[in-house]
Design a protein around this ligand. Structure first.
Ligand code: ADP
Length: 388
């Protein structure tokens, strides 16, 4: 404990008392990371702000507890502590901004193959980050099958102001997609160079404004688009969505290998459709007989588990471990996700009481943490230069 009395206590003492308190994810002192701000000492009160690197920080409560405990242990007794938890999303590098002016982080969402829920997860990541107060854009780079406008219920034609294309805004997200530029039933037939041109336009000519996160929904597989993107700008990292089956995991492995070859950090794997919440479903949607069964749990209790692992269990987590990639979470097969997606109201999957909400928010927090870790770990990724 400090021998000083409250009247001579200084900001330095407060920072000194906080030495050793670390951000558990980043593994470094909060003080060294510049996360302790606005220290004020007045009227028996010490107030300060802990400025997190993302509003979606999964360890917010723990960090607040650690700061409080350190101050209580080391400052004179009898002081009131006022800790404000704030957040400013950081980008890469010293300038703390990304390669596109105003955009701090660019995150690509990919998958080894189609149909695993990649677009649904990309939209969920965008909405999830926004729900914590971040400024988010969602770019649909799935040019051959643009489904983002449909998922988030957005339509319209992007207007140009001068040279700048204005993104479509819907439920607090800034959006750009081939879907806004095409007639609904038109197929996209494009060669590599055209694709490159479109990606570059989407990235550079769209007036994204200031964004904490730009989420990009990639086409499935390991084609031209990820390569083009990796060549165009230093991505913060990529997320790979997969389902639990062996075949799907093989494809996911390929996607991870591709990102590594492209020198794009892999932020983690999401296991979508990980299990089916049978009881939850019956309770919500079953007929009277099924609901009774669910309430009585006559069929399900014996297993001790209400989850039905339709495609096998734990495969993606194991694969992530094997590949040395963070595992970001399991998202169940859930009727609310399917329906809200089909109805263009995917944001409602986050509504309080939605059975998908806790899983989605958990995944988004893990991803936000990995983005922060990545930014601290590798200050600036080089643009891709050599490809054999
Ligand atoms: P991809 O982008 O990989 O082709 P989509 O995101 O378009 O896949 O999803 C394919 C279909 O699966 C959509 O109808 C979507 O609503 C549904 N879907 C995706 N994830 C889930 C989930 N966790 N629970 C229920 N349905 C899902």
């Amino acid at each position: 404990m400090f021998s000083r009395s409250e009247s001579t206590l200084t900001e330095r003492d407060v920072l000194e008392a906080l030495k050793g308190v670390k951000d558990p994810d980043l593994g470094r002192d909060l003080v060294d990371l510049g996360m302790i701000k606005d220290v004020k000492i007045a009227d028996q009160t010490v107030s300060l702000a802990v400025n997190l690197t993302t509003p979606a920080c999964p360890l917010k409560a723990q960090i607040e507890r650690d700061v409080r405990a350190a101050l209580e242990a080391r400052l004179p007794a009898g002081l009131t502590l006022q800790i404000n938890m704030t957040a400013d999303v950081r980008g890469k590098g010293i300038r703390e901004s990304g390669d596109i002016p105003g955009i701090k982080n660019v995150i690509a969402v990919g998958s080894g193959k189609g149909g695993v829920g990649k677009s649904t997860m990309a939209a969920a990541v965008a909405h999830g980050l926004k729900s914590y107060g971040a400024r988010v854009g969602l770019m649909d780079a799935d040019v051959y099958g643009p489904s983002i406008p449909h998922l988030v219920g957005a339509s319209g034609r992007p207007m140009a102001i001068g040279e700048r294309i204005q993104p479509i805004e819907a439920s607090g997200l800034k959006l750009m997609s081939m879907g806004f530029l095409l007639e609904p039933d038109k197929a996209v037939i494009m060669r590599g160079p055209m694709l490159h041109g479109i990606m570059t336009q989407f990235l550079r000519q769209v007036d994204w404004g200031d964004l904490d996160y730009l989420v990009i929904d990639l086409p499935p597989g390991t084609g031209d688009v990820p390569l083009t993107l990796a060549q165009s700008l230093p991505l913060t990292g990529a997320v790979v969505v997969c389902t639990p089956q062996e075949v799907a995991l093989l494809d996911a492995t390929r996607a991870i290998t591709m990102f590594r070859q492209l020198k794009v950090p892999v932020l983690g794997m999401i296991e979508n459709m990980a299990f089916f919440d049978m009881l939850g479903y019956l309770r919500e949607r079953g007929g009277p007989q099924a609901r009774k069964l669910a309430e009585g749990r006559e069929y399900f209790d014996a297993s001790g588990d209400e989850r039905v692992y339709l495609f096998g269990r734990g495969g993606a987590r194991r694969k992530a471990e094997q590949m040395g990639v963070p595992f970001l979470g399991e998202i169940p097969l859930n009727i609310v996700l399917r329906e809200t997606g089909d109805e263009g109201k995917i944001e409602q999957a986050f509504a309080p009481g939605s059975p998908a909400r806790p899983y989605l928010l958990g995944m988004v927090e893990q991803l936000a943490a990995q983005i922060s870790i990545q930014n601290i770990k590798t200050p600036r990724m080089p643009k891709l230069e050599i490809l054999s």
